[in-house]
Design a protein around this ligand. Structure first.
Ligand SMILES: Cc1cc2nc3c(=O)[nH]c(=O)nc-3n(C[C@H](O)[C@H](O)[C@H](O)COP(=O)(O)OP(=O)(O)OC[C@H]3O[C@@H](n4cnc5c(N)ncnc54)[C@H](O)[C@@H]3O)c2cc1C
Ligand code: SF4
Length: 506
């Protein structure tokens, strides 16, 4: 991408100087960089992943996951029970996300105010930021006539049951309805950060560097002095041996949940023991339905409908919301714990499969502290995320409700993603009540990594790390709880709001 400095072009150790260095170029880092640069602040963005454009996006899942996902798409919890999908390229997770956009729900903002003391994060304060983001990213309702058969399952089944279902907003402009958002949009329909706020930041003079991995924030007393980073060889993802030093008046971690907290921990900044704690993931479970009609779940806008009937199950339970993910062949094949003939059968009927996912809303219940990020011996993040009884109850209920939705939508057969997949006819879904749920019982994953540097705990309401005067955290790790909606727009809005306090700190 024009204007982006890549690692390959840096062949000698270098020291750069700026007002604000931002680590990470995703939802938080890109919006912040553009806002600061537009105010005349001298900004440098350092991104560990590579810089890619639509010319690189050829719909090849094998290439895309290896290039643009953390750990080539294999990132998971410490016990390998939950797969953790997270982006790693210029634009962060937005380059490969599925484009669903929501403002933060009012009940979540009210909960943050009451439970986490976040009285400044009101809808009145955030609305102007979301208005601006919606305009820049062209966030608009996806027309119901364009909803694909996979998502239509939610609308058809939900309406029959009288449940709260709706179509979704997406950050797209000129979407060709391919369904391949998860491997990079080949026609620039997706308004991801590498197409929008990163070019905006460049246009206002920001320095944007790809293939640069920040190892630590350097600091003394109550002030950070900058960051130490290494150049990565894009082909091997290994350091080339060349070092990059940035001296900055202000340091911002926008490295995302898991990797942001890890950066702070590597830097000796543990937030009095809070950094990495309260990490939330909207834990996901799934039920597949087989339909007589063709679904082709790999084709058409990846997520365009949702069911929020169970998102708030009262104070004693964990709620969940239901969506329908894309199922390209490789991604689809990671769902079932099947091998050999079983896998061949699953893939053989993929055209007729609709998969529903339920995303549990972790971190709201007072006895749900989520997971904890610590450091692996090599400095990478390690997430411990126990499936506690409260979550197990929600997973069971979610399976039952997804099965009911499938049956109402006309599924002819249902399959769970249990270690021994349970196949059921529509009149057999009562069997789900007695199955085991939780870690290693069935497939679980997350594409929504949140928390670990929570607002109100590790950082104050201005996003300032409480232990230092000039370090800020602006990304999904700042969220004090999960959201009950897809997180990108919340992060865009928070980053837009943080522009003012961070420019004042320069
Ligand atoms: C497959 C998938 C689908 C998704 N679909 C949706 C959706 O439809 N709607 C929605 O709202 N959300 C979705 N999300 C989630 C959403 O994209 C993320 O919540 C959001 O992008 C997080 O923003 P962030 O700024 O916290 O981090 P990211 O956007 O992940 O960006 C962080 C960046 O920091 C970089 N980085 C990390 N460590 C370092 C370091 N040490 N040095 C330099 N750089 C570093 C990373 O490489 C990464 O590029 C999806 C995510 C995935 C993975
Ligand atoms: S569905 Fe639309 S936005 Fe997503 S990759 Fe295809 S054309 Fe791009």
């Amino acid at each position: 991408m024009s204007g982006v400095v890549t690692g390959a072009s840096i062949t000698q150790d270098v020291t750069l100087v700026c007002d604000v260095v931002i680590v990470g170029s995703g939802a938080g880092g890109a919006v912040l960089a553009a806002g600061l640069a537009a105010r005349g602040v001298d900004v440098i963005v350092l991104e560990a992943g590579g810089a890619y454009t639509s010319a690189d996006f050829d719909l090849d899942e094998g290439k895309a996951y290896a290039a643009m996902y953390q750990d080539c798409g294999t990132q998971s919890t410490d016990d390998l029970s939950i797969a953790l999908l997270q982006g790693r390229s210029l634009g962060g997770s937005t380059t490969i996300n599925w484009t669903t956009c929501y403002r933060t729900p009012a009940r979540i903002l009210a909960h943050w105010q009451k439970t986490h003391g976040l009285d400044q994060l009101t809808a009145e304060v955030l609305n102007p930021h979301w208005d601006a983001v919606e305009e820049r990213l062209h966030i608009t309702e996806w027309p119901e006539a364009m909803v694909n058969a996979n998502n239509e399952t939610i609308l058809r089944g939900g309406r029959k049951l009288g449940w709260d279902v709706h179509t979704l907003k997406r950050n797209v402009n000129g979407c060709a309805n391919s369904g391949y958002c998860g491997v990079g949009c080949p026609v620039n329909g997706k308004q991801a950060m590498h197409r929008t706020y990163i070019p905006d930041a460049l246009a206002h003079g920001a320095g944007v560097y790809a293939d640069i991995s920040v190892e630590r924030i350097t600091w003394s007393g109550r002030r950070a002095t900058g960051v130490d980073a290494v150049v990565l060889d894009r082909a091997t993802n290994k350091p080339t041996g060349v070092k990059v030093r940035v001296d900055a008046k202000v340091v911002v971690s926008s490295a995302g949940a898991l990797h942001g907290p890890a950066l702070l921990l590597r830097s000796g900044l543990d937030g009095e023991g809070h950094v990495g704690k309260r990490t939330f993931i909207h834990p996901v479970c799934a039920v597949t339905g087989e339909y007589a009609h063709s679904i082709k779940p790999w084709s058409g806008a990846p997520q365009s409908a949702a069911c929020h009937e169970f998102v708030d199950r009262g104070p004693d339970k964990i709620g969940f919301f239901i969506e329908a993910p894309p199922m390209q062949p490789m991604l689809g094949a990671t769902g079932p714990k099947a091998f050999g003939t079983d896998m061949a059968m699953f893939m053989g009927q993929l055209e007729h499969a609709s998969t529903l996912i339920a995303l549990a809303v972790d971190g709201i219940h007072p006895e749900d502290p989520g997971g904890t990020v610590t450091l692996r011996p090599d400095g990478r993040p390690k997430l411990h995320y126990p499936t506690r009884p409260l979550l197990v109850e929600a997973l069971r209920e979610a399976h039952l409700r997804m099965a009911e939705l499938h049956v109402a939508a006309g599924a002819t057969r249902l399959t769970t993603l249990h270690a021994e997949p349970i196949a059921m006819m529509p009149d057999e879904i009562g069997r789900l009540a007695d199955l085991p749920y939780g870690a290693h019982e069935h497939t679980m994953f997350s594409a929504h990594l949140m928390g670990g540097c929570g607002l109100g705990t590790v950082i104050d309401q201005e996003h300032r790390y409480k232990g230092l005067d000039n370090v800020f955290v602006v990304d999904g790790s700042a969220l004090p709880t999960a959201l009950g909606v897809n997180p990108s727009q919340t992060i865009y809005g928070l980053a837009s709001r943080a522009v003012e306090s961070i420019s004042n700190a320069v």
